[in-house]
Write a protein of this length. Structure first.
Length: 115
């Protein structure tokens, strides 16, 4: 199983970025996909979740600014991030759990928001 995250970068406050996570080695369409982040000096936190049926969950801190989506034909999950704030600065990780036991993580893509 591989999760390959991309799309991070440096952006000014108020700007936008779109993260992508391409999955291989799994039946992507039946798996819940998640994005996490770990700001400097803080614990890793769940940012957004999307189920196989398309139901979504967002952390309060990103609600209304971030949108998670998936393209099952491309085995890819996206995180569209708008109105970025300096406190959004962190490496972002995609994640999925198989069979309620096997926890897989992408390598992380760094988002830096300057004020």
């Amino acid at each position: 199983v591989q999760l390959q995250a991309s799309g991070g970068g440096l952006v000014q406050a108020g700007g936008s970025l779109r993260l992508s996570c391409a999955a291989s080695g799994i039946i992507f369409s039946i798996n819940t996909m998640r994005w996490y982040r770990q700001p400097p000096g803080k614990q890793r936190e769940l940012v957004a979740t999307i189920t196989p049926g398309g139901s979504t969950y967002y952390a309060d801190s990103v609600k209304g600014r971030f949108t998670i989506s998936r393209d099952n034909a491309k085995n890819t999950v996206y995180l569209q991030m708008n109105s970025l704030k300096p406190e959004d600065t962190a490496p972002y990780y995609c994640n999925t759990i198989l069979n309620d036991l096997e926890d897989y993580w992408g390598q992380g893509t760094l988002v830096t928001v300057s004020s």
